[in-house]
Design a binder for this molecule. Structure first.
Ligand SMILES: Nc1ncnc2c1ncn2[C@@H]1O[C@H](COP(=O)(O)OP(=O)(O)OP(=O)(O)O)[C@@H](O)[C@H]1O
Length: 260
């Protein structure tokens, strides 16, 4: 296990100087091992760009990203990704979707079945093992995506607004489920959200990003005891931290709107 470090990274898109977009500018962020780190920031500030660097889906224009002593240059099974839009294979059952990453790693059949079954059970889909994605609700599809990411036992879990498309009740059920699993597995997590309540409920630390080009403007340590349940969202500590993040974000959201 090891920490993730985005070392002074700048990300620019576009080749011609005239239409270049600087998504991230000199962003420096260390996510210690086993930390549940959450990034919040205005729309278009570069949150996904930061996560994509850790996933190895894009390279920094300047700076570098490391996991321990290894420089990240491409995707790898030590980093599991849960995107917003399910991304399940429609022709595979729940069980086979979860087994997919294990098959890629040439894990023997029996072990593949056992490990995938364990995570299908852990996300509460035992009865849907043989169902296809088209037979599942949005929340159930995201459970499969979480099980699939965890089955390969990654060191780091990357989650890009994974519950953004879910209704609020399903969303809170999913948050509780994620916390329960994380409590057992203790992965390093990088989680992106627009939702301040979600950030504070889940995270050890909430990083607030500026409007584009994105950099960290506030680091909020969430000292609320774990295990947490929904009652913490009305505690004075929670409300105070929420006010602090809202005031940091307010000016940045205004700047982001002025850019559009
Ligand atoms: N492949 C790309 N080519 C050109 N521009 C891009 C590309 N990917 C992202 N951008 C731009 O970089 C900026 C940051 O995008 P990014 O998706 O990282 O922001 P975000 O904070 O995740 O946004 P949102 O909250 O709306 O999902 C945006 O202005 C976006 O339009």
């Amino acid at each position: 296990m090891a920490q993730v470090h985005l070392e002074n990274v700048t990300v620019r898109f576009g080749s011609a100087k005239s239409n270049q977009i600087t998504a991230l500018q000199n962003l420096d962020l260390v996510i210690p091992e086993e930390q549940f780190a959450v990034i919040v920031g205005p729309s278009g500030c570069g949150k996904s760009s930061a996560l994509d660097l850790v996933a190895g889906l894009n390279r920094a224009t300047e700076g570098r990203v490391t996991l321990g002593s290894t420089v990240i240059e491409k995707p790898g099974s030590e980093r599991g990704m849960v995107p917003q839009n399910y991304s399940l294979f429609p022709w595979l059952t729940v069980q086979k979707n979860v087994e997919y990453g294990l098959a890629l790693k040439n894990v023997p059949n029996a072990e593949r079945t056992e490990r995938a079954s364990h995570y299908v059970d852990a996300v509460g889909l035992t009865k849907f093992r043989k169902a296809y994605p088209s037979q599942l609700s949005g929340g159930m599809k995201q459970r499969v995506a979480i099980a699939r990411a965890l089955a390969v036992n990654p060191e780091v879990l990357l989650m890009d607004e994974p519950f953004g498309a879910l209704d609020s009740q399903t969303r809170s059920v999913m948050q509780e489920l994620l916390l329960k699993i994380w409590q057992q597995e203790r992965k390093t997590v990088l989680f992106i959200t627009h939702d301040i309540d979600e950030a504070l409920y889940l995270g050890d630390v909430v990083y607030v990003m500026s409007a584009r080009p994105g950099r960290i403007i506030d680091t909020v340590h969430v000292g609320i005891e774990r295990p947490r349940d929904y009652s913490v969202t009305t505690s004075s500590e929670f409300v105070d931290l929420k006010k602090r993040i809202m005031s940091s974000l307010h000016a940045e959201v205004d700047k982001a709107l002025a850019m559009t």
